[in-house]
Design a protein around this ligand. Structure first.
Ligand SMILES: [Zn+2]
Length: 108
């Protein structure tokens, strides 16, 4: 690819990056649980288990942070994670183009 094309592609990626919405990292797990009360019907019947509980786990400065989310929060969180993946994708492409631009400027 020539320099001009690379620069045009890079500008396009910058635009895409500026359109990315909120971002977050980690994973959200939804699960049903037993409450542990001996009298509760969840004890024997899997259908009677409580939930779903939405548990968000992420790394922050090397530590695992766990949060319990509502359904709405969990939906938002999943969207933001998707945005984050897209952002990483775009940044990856930007890096590749930047490398090519460095390589091409060798003899300039
Ligand atoms: Zn229960």
């Amino acid at each position: 690819m020539d320099n001009k094309t690379l620069k045009r592609e890079y500008t396009e990626l910058q635009k895409q990056l500026s359109r990315i919405g909120y971002i977050c990292n980690g994973t959200v797990m939804s699960s049903y649980r037993k409450c542990g009360k001996p009298s509760c019907s969840c004890k024997d019947d899997p259908q009677m288990r409580h939930g779903p509980y939405h548990i968000w786990t992420r790394k922050e400065k090397g530590k695992t942070v766990t949060r319990s989310l509502s359904k709405t929060q969990s939906d938002h969180c999943s969207d933001y994670m998707q945005n984050f993946k897209e952002m990483e994708n775009i940044i990856d492409k930007m890096k590749k183009i930047s490398i090519q631009i460095i390589e091409q400027s060798k003899n300039n």
